[in-house]
Design a protein around this ligand. Structure first.
Ligand code: MN
Length: 504
């Protein structure tokens, strides 16, 4: 069965408007510009950069982004009000997403108006926006619960008054593919139609795809599915469903998707769910023995999407499900040369750790492999002394003396807190030897209480190589320092070996 989509499907990204309405998310104009630039680069057609009526900062962001000369159309959300439309035009937007409530529920309860009052407001707003030189996308809020006859009427008249496009908003995520098949086809006859879905029941991508199959020409999306409540339709999922499952060629630079996802996650402060499709940490991670074995031999056995397509890499992690094939692959990547019996013994120890409920990190594997192979590996970085101080009237400060490859070095640094200061001073000391970056920092308290064992995991990288290491202590600062030094030793060891020192 082949599906016909319109030629040149378009994407309107509303990460900076609906996405920013995610509770707790607030982006400053510089951050918005950084995201908008990426969105334009990746191939988004229209960027909804905010809602001009919200605040001065919001308007400043619209101005900065409109002035940046991006390839995308710059759009802003407006209500059917002259003041909103004036803001949009005055601050340099190309187009407006003109949102008008269309369900009787919204018209009566929220607006306290009648259908004819709301229609009149909509038509006046369309005409005014056109007179101010704006492209107009007339959008029906809560369209899925509106009377289809009324919807048809308000869109048709709106287009007659000058609206360039129309948009069907499933504002509270109650659409189904069956309703889409009934409502959308007559509307796409009126004007180019956008579909705007929310994921309250997990149907956002399904409904968006159904609308595109019914002739909608533009999908409203957000990066990582950010948005109010359960969020909007995730950009990355719609793109990959179109490409991988329907063979539709979008104009999106897919290899940039992961980079964009992590940028938005970092700037918005909303972490990516680890099992999120396409961009979650585990989306291309394999642990179980049989699966990992299959993937190592032929990736397509257990992968429907190639990680490289979106700028990612496959990851094999070890745990109690790991078989010898994945352990061997991981060991080879770390330049260990093992025989069959040694691998067997290493697998056995990994399973013991897994049975104890532990994740096996790269540094765990190294420690196990070193023990099994009886490798004497003198740590390259040793700690002589460490002090961290903080208090109510001082800047948290840490100092450390390290012995790095036989040379003693001492340093001090300040930070936002004692842990931050500790990480900073270690980084500073090691910076002379190697460019090591801290990618991630996680703390887990094991059981409650102030005397709980604190388990710190850090991910460090150096020239693209990543290592995960752990420290566990009752003292969070010492646990962090221990994890950091273990990781640095792991990363440096290989380099020193490559230089011919400390041969294995
Ligand atoms: Mn919305």
């Amino acid at each position: 069965m082949s599906v016909l989509f319109v030629e040149n499907l378009r994407f309107l990204d509303t990460t900076l408007r609906d996405g920013e309405q995610t509770p707790g998310v607030s982006l400053n104009p510089d951050q918005k510009l950084e995201i908008a630039t990426r969105l334009a680069d990746i191939g988004i057609d229209v960027i909804e950069v905010g809602s001009a009526a919200t605040s001065e900062g919001e308007r400043e962001a619209i101005r900065i982004i409109a002035d940046a000369g991006l390839s995308a159309e710059i759009c802003t959300y407006v209500r059917a009000l002259k003041t909103d439309i004036d803001y949009a035009a005055d601050f340099g937007a190309d187009s407006v997403h003109l949102v008008v409530p269309v369900s009787d529920l919204h018209i009566a309860k929220k607006m306290r108006k009648t259908r004819s009052q709301v229609s009149a407001m909509a038509y006046d707003a369309v005409e005014y926006a056109k007179s101010r030189g704006l492209v107009v996308e007339l959008s029906g809020e809560d369209a899925s619960r509106a009377d289809p006859m009324f919807l048809q009427q308000i869109f048709s008249e709106g287009v007659a008054r000058g609206a360039d496009r129309i948009c069907f908003c499933d504002t509270v995520g109650v659409l189904t593919p069956e309703k889409v098949a009934a409502y959308i086809p007559p509307l796409v006859e009126v004007a180019p139609l956008s579909i705007h879905c929310h994921d309250d029941l997990g149907f956002a991508v399904t409904n968006t795809m159904a609308a595109l199959k019914s002739g909608a020409s533009c999908a409203h999306v957000t990066v990582n599915g950010l948005g109010e409540r359960a969020g909007n339709t995730p950009f990355e999922e719609v793109v990959m469903v179109l490409e991988v499952l329907y063979g539709y060629r979008t104009r999106i630079k897919k290899e940039e998707i992961y980079h964009l996802a992590t940028l938005v996650s970092r700037l918005s402060g909303i972490p990516l769910p680890i099992n999120k499709a396409i961009v979650g940490e585990m989306a291309f991670t394999h642990e179980s023995g049989i699966h990992a074995h299959g993937v190592i031999r032929e990736p397509s056995t257990y992968e429907s999407v190639k990680p490289e397509m979106i700028g990612r890499k496959r990851r094999i992690v070890l745990g109690k499900h790991s078989g010898s094939a994945s352990v061997e692959a991981a060991l080879a990547e770390m330049h260990y040369h093992t025989d069959e019996n040694q691998v067997k013994e290493i697998v056995k120890r990994i399973k013991q750790l897994g049975d104890a409920g532990k994740r096996v990190t790269d540094s765990d594997l190294m420690a196990i492999a070193d023990a099994v192979l009886a490798v004497e590996s003198e740590p390259i970085i040793k700690m002589r002394q460490f002090t961290a101080v903080s208090g109510s009237n001082m800047i948290p400060t840490a100092s450390v003396t390290l012995v790095v490859d036989g040379h003693e070095m001492t340093g001090a640094a300040t930070g936002d807190g004692p842990v931050d200061a500790a990480m900073e001073v270690l980084r500073k000391c090691v910076a002379d030897v190697a460019d090591i970056r801290l990618e991630e920092y996680h703390v887990n308290a094991i059981h409650g209480g102030t005397d709980a064992l604190v388990d710190v995991t850090v991910r460090l990288s150096k020239d693209g190589k990543i290592i995960t290491s752990r420290g566990a202590r009752t003292d969070i600062i010492m646990a962090s320092v221990e994890a950091m030094i273990a990781g640095m030793n792991g990363l440096l060891r290989e380099e020193y070996e490559n230089r011919g020192k400390n041969p294995r």
